[in-house]
Design a binder for this molecule. Sequence first.
Ligand SMILES: [Mn+2]
Length: 324
Amino acid sequence: MKYATRVNSFLRINKDLKKAIGDIGKIDGIECIDLNYPEHFQTYSVEEVKGFLEVNGLSCNAINLRFRDEFLNGEFGNTQIEVSEKAIELCKEAADVCKAMEGDQIIIWLGFDGFDYSFQIDYVKVWEQVVRAFRQVCDYTQLPVSIEYKPYEERVHCLIDSFGTTMMMVEEVKRDNLGVTLDFCHMLMKKENPAFATAWLLERNKLFNMHLNDGEGSTDDGLMVGTVNLWKTLEVFYYLKKYDFKGAVYFDTFPKREAADSECEANIAMCRRIENMIDTYGLEKIGRIVEKNDAVSVSNMFVAMLNQMAVSPGNALAAEKICV
Ligand SMILES: [Mn+2]
């Protein structure tokens, strides 16, 4: 699996992007990073940032759009049409930067399109405006364009708030280069089971990016991968492996009190352990458990996975290494 991590975690103490990329480059297991546009291109030029990545053996996975204050009342769906057009332009610029960086895709999270109060927006009108905006962005660039949905935060209700609504948008925009970025915490906030959307999108080649993290489900906690919902995370990994997912697994976690490098290493260690649990138990054997549609067999599989960790000498060695 290809792992990517969040640059802002490394910018918390030192604000220098060059240093942050250097710090990420030292972490064993991180192949690529995502960058935010425009915020990560304000001090250094695109060429300079590209150079920092090359020196550190990293590649650019995605450029994430970051809409700031002028879009507070909506991005694509803003009732002021000139603001909506500005949001579309920003996406086109981000796509150009992504191309120059040899990145794989742009990710659009419309955090401000939505509503806080009843009667605040014309749902159908806003929806149609957002559809047209996505078409414009998708037609402008040949790159994959990925929608990241989140149920709430920044708005009380985001317009594109769930797996279902996102797929309605994708279906209506009707562009081959439009797909989805799933975020584990966002799915928990919507009370979705993350593996459902993961499997469905992988089956249709529409999963462009996987954001992993963990949380209690009320807010976007950004806790370390697998620390709260281990089995749900393992189920997501099962489908990523079953479909041989070639995209990046991106750690969208928020180390607020933890050192960013060791927090990132903990995410890698957890993911590798989960991958190992699946490999050791066997992908096909898990598939047979799913086919059985029997909850007790599932629980017994979990126990068997825990047992296999305890008895495997290779695993014990690996665990010891992680503890050191
Ligand atoms: Mn995310």
